[in-house]
Write a protein that binds this ligand. Structure first.
Ligand code: ZN
Length: 65
């Protein structure tokens, strides 16, 4: 993946929460008690040139519907 700002090849990195040594994730939950929570890990790309960060969920299909 190339940086959309400066066209440098971006580097895959890990995103960590402050002070907590575990990878971050996103989650979404619909209203309603019986709906299951949707979770996915996060892919983080860093541009080593300008410092831009792009975030992607690892399993976007989980959030459909
Ligand atoms: Zn860049």
């Amino acid at each position: 993946m190339r940086c959309e700002k400066c066209d440098t090849e971006m580097v895959l990195a890990e995103l960590f929460g402050a002070g907590y040594p575990t990878s971050m994730f996103v989650r979404a939950k619909k209203k309603g008690f019986f709906e299951t929570e949707k979770r996915s890990g996060i892919k983080c790309f860093v541009c080593p040139e300008c410092g831009k960060i792009e975030l992607y969920v690892e399993e976007p299909q989980k959030f459909k519907g």
